[in-house]
Design a protein around this ligand. Structure first.
Ligand SMILES: [Zn+2]
Length: 237
């Protein structure tokens, strides 16, 4: 009788183990991070970054300049097809804090029009050039304003080809991966060959650290954070 009871208990344990394991995993999902790329699209370098995202099954958000997007509709379409998100980074990288409300609206509208022509929908998110914002700017913008929590400073090396060295790439790769936490938003720029080369390491490195790379909208949604017009957000924590 005792042996029977023991066997029953053992069988119950074995049968319930998989369900228990799944429940533990559900409580402890993968950490999430959002790579964001500003100032593009760039015909050569955005394409290389999309290659890296595609090969690794990762997603990112591209805050595009309308003037550049107008010349690269096919890149926007490819980014969308890969599950990436397109955000609005003004039409010509204008300093929004120095513009009237009317001019701010025009900057966003012109970029919305370009993106809508390519994708059939306008961007849901805005990033102010250089992150410069004010109460006045926030009151005019009808969407959330996305900042960042990790700045690897790729822009310091991107402009000058002579700065595209293994040592500088290593510096930026480290800054973009070390100390990244669940919910971080990472700032990069898809204008530069330097950044595209760094991404070949940044994307797989973050994934090997356990991160799932998602768009900003997906990051917020999966963290249960609801965004409002004119709100500034640095990360999902
Ligand atoms: Zn910018």
């Amino acid at each position: 009788m005792r042996k029977k009871r023991f066997l029953l208990l053992a069988a119950t344990l074995v049968l319930t183990l998989p369900a228990w394991t799944i429940r533990v995993n559900a409580k402890d999902p993968k950490p999430l991070a959002a790579l964001t790329f500003d100032d593009g699209p760039s015909a050569a370098n955005t394409a290389k970054i999309l290659d890296v995202l595609e090969v690794n099954g990762a997603k990112a958000t591209f805050f595009v300049i309308g003037r550049n997007a107008a010349e690269n509709a096919e890149l926007l379409q490819r980014a969308k097809a890969l599950g990436c998100e397109i955000g609005n980074h003004t039409y010509d990288h204008a300093k929004l804090t120095e513009l009237s409300a009317e001019k701010i609206r025009q900057q966003l509208q012109k970029t919305d029009d370009v993106v809508t022509d390519s994708l059939g929908e306008k961007p849901k998110l805005v990033r102010a050039p250089c992150g410069r914002c004010s109460c006045g700017v926030r009151s005019v913008i009808d969407r959330p304003l996305i900042l960042w929590s990790v700045d690897p400073r790729d822009w310091e090396y991107g402009l000058d080809r002579a700065q595209n060295t293994a040592q500088n790439r290593e510096t930026v790769i480290r800054a973009a991966t070390e100390n990244v936490q669940d919910g971080d938003i990472i700032l990069l720029h898809d204008l530069y060959a330097f950044t595209a080369e760094c991404c070949e390491s940044i994307v797989p490195k973050l994934q090997s650290m356990g991160f799932e790379l998602v768009t900003v909208s997906e990051l917020m949604q999966r963290k249960g954070i609801e965004l409002h017009a004119g709100q500034t957000v640095r990360c999902a924590r």
